[in-house]
Design a protein around this ligand. Structure first.
Ligand code: ADE
Length: 225
């Protein structure tokens, strides 16, 4: 998979890709991530990328032209499955979307800043808009890093233990059951007996029951889907 990230602040988003699973996925050749500084496509000697809003109002808007130039240059080199725009005014990211995107070959992620991008960017180029939650970040960079982490870890071969992504919370629209490790007893708090019983069908049943109870208490909305 190839991911091209278009941003006004590459330095804000690069570091998560230099560590841990995201780094390992790149080292293994399972994903390549490329950053494009929108400023490089800015207009005139000032490399202008934003301007005031038509109709008035606080906040600058990212201009159509530099984004068009950048996206067109990328599209002239290869086909893209999706052009994703990170924005709070979109459907919220979930595990299903991450699963779908992990199967794509080439994607572009555009991150907004200030008041966002000129609407015509969204109308002309963007194929999918994603929010990471109902709150507003200073820019889309951290949201893009969250999206990339959720997607890249699902690419086959990225996680050492192939089954661990499958047992994540949300993979079956359920939260994960509680987990424990040694010691079996600590300050009077003991690990549920069933987990130490060695009876695996019983352990599976207990975990399924706990996952359901947790979901019912904390995120009943997931059970509606
Ligand atoms: N940009 C600013 N806030 C955001 C959010 N919640 N999700 C995605 N992109 C954003």
């Amino acid at each position: 998979m190839r991911i091209d990230i278009i941003t006004v602040s590459p330095e804000l988003i690069q570091s998560p890709f230099e560590h841990s699973i995201l780094k390992r996925a790149q080292d293994k050749g399972l994903v390549s991530v490329h950053f494009h500084n929108l400023r490089d496509y800015g207009l005139g000697s000032y490399k202008q990328i934003d301007d005031t809003q038509f109709g008035g109002g606080a906040g600058m808007v990212l201009m159509l032209e530099p984004i068009d130039t950048c996206i067109s240059e990328l599209k002239s080199q290869r086909d893209y499955d999706e052009v994703i725009y990170m924005t709070p005014d979109a459907k919220t990211l979930n595990q299903g979307t991450a699963n779908t995107l992990s199967l794509k070959e080439n994607i572009i992620i555009l991150t907004g800043h200030y008041k966002g991008v000129d609407q015509r960017v969204r109308d002309l180029f963007v194929t999918k808009e994603i929010s990471i939650g109902d709150y507003v970040l200073s820019g889309g960079e951290l949201a893009a890093a969250v999206l990339c982490d959720a997607v890249i870890r699902l690419i086959p071969g990225v996680l050492g233990d192939e089954t661990s992504a499958l047992t994540d919370s949300f993979q079956d629209n359920l939260l994960s059951p509680p987990v424990y490790t040694r010691p079996a007893s600590y300050k009077g708090l003991t690990v549920p007996e069933v987990l130490r019983s060695g009876n695996f069908p019983k352990i599976d049943a207990w975990r399924a029951d706990q996952a359901y109870e947790r979901t019912k208490n904390i995120r009943p909305d997931l059970l509606d889907d």
